[in-house]
Design a protein around this ligand. Structure first.
Ligand code: ADP
Ligand code: MG
Length: 433
């Protein structure tokens, strides 16, 4: 049984965590990527694909959750070790190639080895081998701008591979290329996966490239919406047998912890039997199932829609498939007690006005702060604000809590910052904010 190479559990990434411009970019992401898999992260612009990729690169620390590459959390490494890890384990190519314009092709490719302490002659030799391997050796002495886009991207691939990493990341690598060059670069990536046995992770919003992958993670709005297993490629990841709708729902509950129970049900039912449907069919199906879940439509009516032609508002499924889907849906609808409990909990959380007030004040304070804040600092700051609002602590005690190091239970801010926050909070409280 192979072990996964990359694991993310409930991974969450916020930009500007704790501030009013906080952005929740990755939401409870769960993935497992196996050695030598070809994976695509697919989804519309802004859904968090690059964020995911930079996290795997070791360049973007996550905010919550767990993350491992080769059994180790790279973000727990000391800074120097992290750099070494990045150089040895991961290579990346970008849409814009990012070659250094003043260096010739050979030196561009050779460059990353400098930081590995490899002597110059050996660096050039290794770089040249790669250029030969990818059919661009003749361009070795030219400057990048003299090459076509497709050639430049292949130079970038050589550079990404020069330290022989296990993982090659590609962020929309053919977005800037004409069709013929794009195809060539895509073939090269496939070869790197199949022949060089590298794990390839591609980010793309172009459905034409999905077929290269073993598996596709569909992303939307910071979440992994669905996982698609490509039946055309022999799978590396062990396939779960007998996945029932129950486990499907549980899986989804982990992926969509904040989704309403109705949404969860809709997604689980739709997820269950739709691997080969088009986006349009799935979209239509979600809308119809939602109506049933909300009791605005009977399952009999849904059945009629399922088997109707698409241009009549239907989903165009065959009868057996539609029947099976209706059966599953009715099962899910019966299992609603747990769902109700879940919903009540959500409502309770939302109704906590103190929490909302504390959060608002916390943002106002942190907006004054330049630089990154750790999640633990946000938590401690909120505790202090809550205590201060309730009158459990004085202004001076508030200051001391902010000033105290994190290890000692404080928020670990610098003295000046703690002072500034204290004064500002009193002002906000006085103003009734
Ligand atoms: P994709 O690659 O799928 O287009 P990204 O991962 O680049 O999406 O971005 C996801 C979301 O996070 C976008 O809404 C984007 O505006 C936001 N975002 C990306 N980088 C930053 C950043 N450095 N600061 C704040 N928000 C960011
Ligand atoms: Mg992107």
């Amino acid at each position: 049984m192979p072990e996964p190479l990359i694991v993310a559990r409930n991974l969450e990434i916020y930009y500007n965590y704790g501030k009013s411009n906080e952005y929740y970019a990755l939401k409870k992401v769960n993935i497992e990527i196996y050695p030598q898999e070809y994976i695509v992260f697919f989804g519309p612009s802004g859904c968090g694909k690059s964020t995911m990729l930079y996290c795997i690169l070791g360049a973007l620390p996550y905010t919550f959750g767990e993350f491992y590459i080769g059994g180790q959390d790279p973000y727990k490494l000391p800074p120097k070790e992290l750099v070494k890890f990045q150089q040895k384990t991961v290579g990346i190519i970008y849409q814009q190639f990012n070659l250094i314009p003043s260096l010739n092709v050979l030196d561009n490719v050779a460059l990353p080895q400098i930081f590995m302490g490899i002597p110059p002659a050996q660096r050039r030799k290794r770089a040249m081998e790669l250029l030969e391997r990818f059919g661009i050796a003749e361009q070795a002495k030219k400057l990048p701008t003299m090459l076509s886009g497709g050639q430049q991207q292949r130079v970038a691939i050589c550079r990404a591979l020069v330290n022989n990493p296990d993982i090659l990341l590609a962020d929309e690598p053919v977005g800037n290329l004409d069709e013929a060059s794009a195809k060539k670069v895509m073939e090269t990536l496939l070869e790197i996966n199949e022949k060089e046995k590298k794990t390839v992770i591609l980010v793309s919003h172009d459905p034409r490239y999905l077929a290269y992958a073993h598996r596709v993670y569909f992303m939307r709005d910071g979440r992994i919406e669905r996982e698609f297993i490509n039946p055309e490629r022999k799978q590396i990841k062990p396939i779960e047998r007998g996945a029932s709708l129950v486990s499907e729902t549980e899986k989804l509950a982990r992926i969509y912890p904040y989704a309403s129970p109705e949404e969860l049900k809709v997604k689980s039912i739709v997820n269950y039997l739709t691997q080969d449907l088009t986006f349009e069919q799935i979209d239509r199906l979600e809308k119809l199932v939602k109506l049933v879940v909300e009791r605005k439509m009977s399952t009999q009516m849904l059945y009629d829609f399922l088997v109707s032609p698409f241009d009549k508002g239907g989903v165009e499924l065959n009868q057996a498939r539609a029947q099976e889907m209706i059966q599953k849906l009715e099962d899910v609808l019966k299992r609603s007690i747990e769902v109700k409990r879940f919903r009540r909990k959500l409502e309770e959380e939302e109704l906590d006005e103190t929490k909302i007030h504390v959060r608002r004040l916390r943002m106002a304070l942190l907006d004054q702060f330049e630089g990154e804040v750790k999640p633990i600092q946000v938590k401690r700051l909120e505790e202090a604000i809550e205590d201060r609002l309730a009158g459990y602590i004085t202004k001076d005690e508030f200051f001391r809590k902010l000033d105290l190091p994190i290890e000692k239970g404080g928020a670990g801010f610098k003295r000046n910052t703690a002072k500034k926050f204290t004064v500002y909070l009193e002002k906000l409280i006085a103003q009734g904010v």
